[in-house]
Ligand binder design. Structure first.
Ligand code: ASP
Length: 336
């Protein structure tokens, strides 16, 4: 039977044209260019319907509201399609893929994010292969989770990060192998069954919870961030050095973390290194973080840690439960 895919265009370079103010999305041009891709009319190509978001956005403008719109678009059509392809700007694609990985609970169909570095209407566009291969992956249905296909690799959505603003292989998943590689054939590298979650499918929409990312740097004056970290933000992803270290002379930080902990905020320690994981307590410089209640972000990307905080707080969980689940592997975002 011919498979049916829902292709959702949210914006991004893939369907952009040049304007006086730089590249902007153009829905008519996008539809024309999409219809002109010969592979999508091949005998063994899946059938597809297109949903075009209004307004189309540069992905720098995508956040909670649009993640909910994506989640709803998929949930409302879940039973009508074999899989979904989400076309998205590359800049924040890894954030959206991470957010949807958490939001789509019990997902048992492929949801594949892709886009391009060069618009479809320009020469050498990488959009054609990215769209066609993402559609094939969605139609094959072996990966039943949120994935991100780009430049020949299918990555787990909640493990991906944009690593190049220039290369056509623009994404990596530094702490997890790809789910598949597309050469002459699409080669699946992981046991797809392993990632199939149990339970009923539903979309958990997110709330606009105040969450932040703070990067530790030599000479950081933590006291400047006190009010932000304790009163203003519910969750903070703290990008630490190496395996979770912070300057140990920083009494201010310890006081801030203890205060944040008391007031129901969750601080997640993540490493600034793309590869490897946070192991709090390995050095004295990180011991204090554990002692006063910071959560260990393991080897999660910042994108995953941030969107996981949105997700867990949106479920109405207590700070203690959010902290507990931050350290648990929910969607393959974390190595156990
Ligand atoms: N600024 C664009 C966006 O993220 C970049 C891209 O799509 O490659 O929407």
């Amino acid at each position: 039977m011919v498979k049916k895919i829902c292709l959702i265009y949210t914006g991004g370079t893939v369907g952009m044209v040049k304007s006086e103010r730089g590249y902007v999305p153009d829905h008519e041009r996008f539809r024309e260019e999409l219809a002109a891709i010969p592979d999508l009319h091949a005998a063994d190509a899946p059938d597809y319907d297109v949903v075009v978001f209004k307004p189309l956005l540069d992905s720098s403008d995508i956040a909670v509201h649009e993640w909910n719109k994506m989640g709803r678009t998929i949930a409302e059509r879940y039973d009508d399609y074999d899989g979904f392809v989400v076309l998205h700007g590359t800049d924040t694609m890894a954030y959206s893929a991470s957010a949807l990985s958490f939001m789509l609970e019990g997902l048992n169909k492929p949801v594949i994010f892709t886009g391009s570095q060069i618009p479809l209407y320009e020469m050498r566009s990488d959009g054609r292969d990215n769209i066609v291969t993402a559609m094939m992956i969605a139609a094959e249905g072996r990966v039943r989770e949120v994935g991100l296909y780009f430049g020949g690799k299918l990555l787990r959505g909640c493990r991906a990060t944009k690593s190049s603003s220039d290369a056509l292989e623009a994404f990596e998943s530094p702490n997890a192998p790809p789910l598949a590689e597309a050469g002459i054939r699409i080669r699946y590298l992981q046991d797809p069954e392993g990632a199939v979650p149990k339970g009923q499918f539903r979309c958990q929409e997110l709330s606009d919870i105040p969450i932040g990312v703070i990067k530790v740097f030599p000479g950081i004056q933590f006291e400047v961030f006190e009010q932000v970290m304790t009163d203003k933000l519910k969750g903070v992803v703290l990008e630490t050095f190496g395996t979770g270290n912070v300057p140990s002379s920083q009494e201010a930080l310890l006081h801030i973390i203890a205060k944040a902990h008391k007031s129901g905020s969750v601080i997640v320690a993540r490493s600034q290194c793309a590869q490897g994981q946070v192991l709090l307590g390995t050095y004295a410089a990180s011991r204090a973080l554990v002692d006063i209640g910071a959560a260990a972000g393991g080897d999660m990307t910042t994108e995953a840690a941030l969107t996981k905080l949105y997700y867990l707080f949106s479920k109405g969980l207590s700070a203690a439960e959010v902290k507990r689940q931050i350290e648990m592997n929910l969607r393959g975002e974390l190595s156990e």
